[in-house]
Design a protein around this ligand. Structure first.
Ligand SMILES: [Zn+2]
Length: 273
């Protein structure tokens, strides 16, 4: 049995066949699915899914992309929902300093149609207070954290170190190696997605090799990052078995061992029964 510790089944990509996607995961040996909240509305939808499906647990979080528009007073809402039985963490929360280069039209000015997409990315000075406030909330509720960090490793570590002691997983881990070592030395968990199966992902496979199985969680981040062979398609929780097989191959151990240890890790981390 496996656990997909990070996916987004509340997204519209599943509106037409959500029941089937969850049933398929169960039939193919996914014991639990953790649906991650990434906005206020998304967190509410995650909570609703956890109440509708036995095998679904949920987290509540505000993604750093939301930082420009999210009002901190709305955290009261999350605090209320967090008391529900199947809420198992606060996340995904963190810092995302990735910025998309503007796409220029022939005259050299940014194309108007792309300025909308760029609005998804929030200012760094707004991301930090949101992240800090959500860590504080998690600590007050005694819940673990699901961390998103993209091109902001140094700043993420600063904030996490200041918040110690905390229980956290760094999701969709992509390095670099120094970041992995720092995270492990803080006792954090590391979760990898199916992008470790991509042909050019030797650096990620190296990081998998260096992460002790006892510190590893499995996630699909569905609908994003489908495994090699399914690229361009929608990802879904049952593909977590492809991830487990790849980790077994990289670590040269049996897939049953990967399943057993990572499932135990997830149950302890999220306090699942
Ligand atoms: Zn995610």
């Amino acid at each position: 049995m496996l656990i997909d510790t990070h996916c987004h089944l509340d997204f519209p990509e599943y509106d037409f066949d959500r029941d089937e996607v969850i049933l398929r995961a169960k039939e193919k040996g996914v014991e639990y699915i953790i649906n991650i909240g990434s906005s206020l509305q998304g967190s509410r939808r995650a909570l609703d899914l956890s109440e509708k499906y036995d095998c679904v647990y949920a987290t509540l979080g505000i993604h750093p992309h939301e930082a420009d528009t999210f009002e901190l007073k709305l955290l009261q809402e999350l605090e209320l929902w967090a008391k529900k039985e199947k809420i198992v963490a606060i996340g995904e929360i963190g810092l995302d300093y990735f910025s998309r280069p503007p796409i220029l039209c022939q005259s050299g000015s940014p194309l108007l149609s792309h300025s909308l997409a760029e609005k998804n990315y929030s200012k760094q000075e707004n991301q930090r207070p949101l992240f800090v406030a959500l860590i504080k909330l998690a600590k007050s509720l005694n819940l673990p954290l699901v961390i998103h960090s993209r091109q902001a490793e140094k700043q993420t570590l600063e904030i996490l170190k200041e918040a110690m002691p905390i229980k956290a997983v760094v999701h969709c881990f992509s390095g670099p190696l120094e970041f992995l070592n720092e995270c492990l030395s803080l006792g954090l968990f590391i979760s990898f997605t199916c992008n470790i199966t991509y042909k050019k992902a030797d650096n990620l496979r190296q990081l998998v090799k260096l992460t002790p199985l006892e510190k590893l969680l499995l996630e699909t981040d569905a609908p994003f990052l489908p495994p090699e062979g399914y690229r361009g398609k929608r990802n879904e929780p049952w593909f977590v078995h492809i991830l487990a097989e790849e980790i077994a191959r990289i670590k040269e151990i049996e897939v049953e061992e990967v399943a057993k240890v990572t499932t135990d890790n997830a149950k302890k981390f999220f306090n699942l029964r």
